[in-house]
Design a protein around this ligand. Structure first.
Ligand code: SF4
Ligand code: SF4
Length: 316
């Protein structure tokens, strides 16, 4: 299988990375056994990197998928902690729940941070300390802000970056897809490992999945793409796509035609109402301080997903 060096980390990866967010309670809510089976299927067919986070609730799924697995696998997790005690707790929890002595990559989960080096300096210091202690191999940074990656260029201690990028730029908070692509190139040129997130904009670009995936996969400096996958068919189609550039028309049409709906992760909705203002179809309203969708009015255009500052709306 194809192997791409993840920057200067010394790790080589197959460019399709298993994004585990959709398996867990925030989205599809698969059991650890169901999710583990999917992860194992991906591993057996060449995937060798898994992306997760303290927030996702998918450590049990990963542990189930890895039970008895002898092959090499790279696991990246993230901490959204705002203080060093919580950051340490997140790392310890990941080690315990995954049954490992070291995490390959731990990111500052900075989706909404344009300057994590100021706003999360304490977290960075703690992760670097845990790296010295041998609990983390590489420290990374994930963000939806281009500025965060521009700043990361001055921080050689950040070895891996996880930027949001897709063909339409949906969800990038301070510029266009081209601007993010440039920051990505610079990070890769500086020796950082780069793997992308939200190539399909959280499902909003599913009807043009092939085109959207091809755009991100071909970007200069992108070593891998984290993709959330919920069926063996989807895993197989993505592996063929990333290994051979093959996209079987029948299979991909089926994936692209999946019945879709708008999913609002209500438990994290801040009730700011921005999505309600954006929706031209008047399909959204605030009920008890949380956004609700009227499915009969929703045309699944995905504009509200791009406008939610918490990135809590997806088309699934
Ligand atoms: S997907 Fe489009 S139509 Fe549906 S709620 Fe969001 S903005 Fe409104
Ligand atoms: S934009 Fe996001 S956080 Fe704000 S009300 Fe809508 S779903 Fe909630």
């Amino acid at each position: 299988m194809k192997q791409i060096p993840l920057g200067s980390t010394g790790v080589s990866i197959f460019p399709l990375i298993y994004g585990t967010l959709p398996l867990g309670p925030l989205q599809a809510g698969l059991s650890p056994e169901e999710g583990g089976k999917l992860i194992r299927h991906a591993l057996e067919n060449g995937v060798n990197m898994i992306d997760t986070a303290a927030l996702y609730g998918t450590y049990p799924h990963i542990r189930a998928g890895l039970a008895g697995w002898q092959g090499q696998v790279t696991i990246a997790s993230k901490t959204h902690a705002a203080d060093r005690i919580t950051a340490r707790m997140h790392v310890e929890e990941a080690l315990r729940e995954l049954g490992r002595e070291q995490l390959d990559i731990v990111h500052i989960h900075g989706a909404r941070l344009s300057d994590p080096f100021t706003d999360r300096s304490e977290i960075l210091a703690e992760l670097l300390l845990m790296q010295q202690e041998g609990k983390i191999a590489h420290v990374g940074l994930s963000s939806h802000y281009i500025e965060a990656f521009r700043l990361a260029l001055q921080h050689p201690e950040i070895k891996v970056v996880h930027p949001l990028i897709n063909r339409t730029g949906m969800g990038i908070l301070d510029g266009s897809a081209d601007d993010m692509a440039e920051a990505i190139r610079s990070c890769a040129n500086a020796g950082k490992g780069v793997y992308a997130m939200k190539a399909l904009a959280g499902g909003n670009l599913i009807s043009e999945a092939r085109q959207s995936m091809a755009y991100v996969a071909a970007l200069n400096g992108v070593h891998g793409v984290a993709v959330g996958m919920l069926s063996q068919q989807e895993i197989d189609a993505n592996i063929a796509f990333f290994e051979h550039g093959v996209a079987d028309d029948k299979v991909w049409k089926e994936l692209e035609n999946r019945r879709r709906r708008l999913k609002i992760m209500e438990q994290f909705c801040k009730g700011c109402g921005q999505c309600v203002e954006i929706c031209g179809s008047k399909a959204l309203s605030l009920v008890d301080g949380r956004a609700k969708v009227d499915e009969s009015a929703c045309i699944l255009c995905g504009y509200c997903g791009a406008g939610c500052p918490e990135f809590m709306i997806r088309v699934v």
